[in-house]
Design a protein around this ligand. Structure first.
Ligand code: ADP
Ligand code: MG
Length: 483
């Protein structure tokens, strides 16, 4: 059941352009590196000089195959390149080479976890297709000299456009989908995922409807290049559409832009239909033929996929599915977890620490796990000292703090901070007797049946032991002494 906004159901479908990580362009040998001086990376093909012909980059096809395998899609044995015709100054050919009727990747799905209230639910978004296409150039508007220029460096950059079915029903779900997709393409290494540089940009198609009604008219928010803006843009768009409908207007299909400064979406143009582009098969390119042996070879060479790795974590380390998914957010996190779990033999504790304290600290200091000042070996040593009862969980957090601040190794920090748990029963019993003698009222209340009175005893005991008493042991001894 999807969550309603003011009685409306939200429907979202995504189109994502992932720039493929090839060194050269999709139909030419010009380089794709970002940030070069304008027009230094555009060759005759990219500039559409007469007589030039496109030649398919095999690396781009291979990346499309990898993506298809990663999301369990069908990889077409024969797909077709088409011309998408439109005029724009940064498109010298007058058309973009894309795929239309028969895309290379068909179907497939992306699944992820989503927090809904107190529950964590698994969501699956079905993909419609993913197709290969070329990027256009860029128009640069230099307002201060009142001129515009064209930079064709980006022209011909290989893109994989990944299109979902309208399966998402909230901005949170859309962002979770986009994050999962980002994880997949960067994990398999087909895209560098750099959103600021535009290597991974999303268009969100948004509509609303009353439950039970047919799909509403959608507006497409273009080029969202941060997860934060994605969420803000969709939330704004949903409210705007509902207001329009409540005020008696109808929604016009349109392409809109999100302005991060105002937090609003603004119509850019009314939506063209496929027919406006006069798609037709590109006579310059033969059909793209992908034999099963090629797919098999690519499959054999691919690294373990995140979902396969997550399944292995569940099986080999007896982790809950949720933990396994969180720990496979990136290869680096997964490697850190495996190293810790193997070294300490306590997979669930390792998982708790990594998803808890470690990621909290990393987030707070905006570090990635590769930059974590605490190594997997150190974390494993720390966990070892918790499970052999040398330190309490509380003390462990202080040790972790010490590790983070590079104060030394686990045992040295325990020693220096005097955090060793009191495992000497005699010493502890002495403290307990003193506290019992000093708090006769609590003792009486507890004996009269007030279980809460125990807290009034445990606190002073822990304090008197300077936090070094083992809480489990304190409880056991107290129970014994109080009958
Ligand atoms: P186009 O290529 O013209 O943008 P598509 O029909 O391929 O159009 O759809 C593009 C995206 O819009 C897809 O992700 C699809 O799931 C989504 N979509 C289609 N209809 C709706 C709708 N009524 N509401 C929200 N999203 C939609
Ligand atoms: Mg579209």
């Amino acid at each position: 059941m999807s969550k309603l906004v003011q009685g409306y159901e939200v429907v979202i479908g995504f189109e994502t352009h992932a720039q493929l990580s090839t060194n050269s362009k999709i139909f030419s040998r010009a380089p794709t590196a970002f940030g070069a001086e304008a027009n230094t990376q555009a060759c005759a093909v990219d500039m559409a000089l007469p007589g030039t012909l496109p030649v398919m980059n095999i690396g781009a096809v291979e990346r499309a195959i990898e993506f298809g395998l990663a999301i369990n899609a069908h990889i077409a044995e024969r797909s077709i390149f088409a011309r998408k015709n439109y005029f724009y100054p940064d498109l010298p050919k007058g058309y973009q080479i894309s795929q239309f009727e028969i895309p290379v990747v068909q179907g497939g799905e992306v699944s992820f976890f989503l927090e809904e209230g107190k529950e964590t639910v698994r969501k699956t978004v079905r993909l419609e297709r993913a197709h290969l296409e070329e990027d256009a150039g860029k128009s640069l508007h230099e307002d201060f000299i009142g001129q515009s220029g064209i930079d064709l460096n980006r022209a011909g950059t290989p893109l994989l456009e990944i299109v979902t079915r309208p399966d998402m029903s909230s901005s949170e779900e859309a962002v979770a989908y986009a994050k999962e997709l980002h994880k997949i393409v960067t994990w398999i290494g087909i895209c560098d995922g750099n959103m600021q540089e535009g290597s991974f940009r999303c268009d969100a198609n948004v509509s609303v409807r009353k439950p039970g009604e047919p799909l509403g008219t959608r507006r497409e928010i273009k080029n969202l290049n941060s997860f934060k803006f994605m969420q803000q843009a969709i939330d704004y768009e949903v409210r705007w559409q509902i207001d329009q409908i409540e005020d008696g207007h109808t929604i016009q299909q349109a392409t809109v832009l999100f302005d991060p400064d105002t937090g609003e979406t603004r119509a850019m143009r009314t939506k063209e239909d496929a027919a406006d582009y006069r798609y037709f098969p590109d006579p310059d390119l033969p059909p793209l033929v992908i034999g099963r042996d090629w797919v098999e070879r690519v499959k054999g060479e691919m690294a373990e996929l995140p979902r396969v790795m997550a399944e292995r974590f569940v099986k080999d380390y007896a982790l809950p599915e949720y933990d396994a998914t969180q720990l496979t957010q990136s290869k680096a996190v997964a490697a850190y977890f495996e190293a810790t779990a193997k070294a300490c033999g306590q997979a669930k504790l390792a998982s708790n620490w990594i998803m808890g304290e470690v990621s909290r600290r990393l987030n707070a200091s905006e570090l990635s796990i590769e930059q974590a000042p605490v190594s997997a070996a150190q974390l494993a040593a720390l966990i070892g000292r918790i499970s052999d009862n040398t330190i309490s969980n509380n003390a462990a957090r202080q040790v972790f703090e010490g590790l983070w601040n590079q104060e030394g190794e686990v045992d040295a920090i325990i020693e220096a901070k005097g955090l060793k748990q009191m495992n000497d029963t005699g010493e502890l019993e002495k403290i307990i007797d003193e506290v019992l003698a000093a708090n006769p009222k609590n003792v009486e209340e507890f004996k009269a049946g007030n279980a809460k009175a125990l807290n009034g005893l445990v606190g002073p005991i822990m304090k008197a032991s300077k936090g070094k008493a083992n809480p489990g042991q304190v409880n056991a001894l107290l129970m014994k002494k109080l009958g």
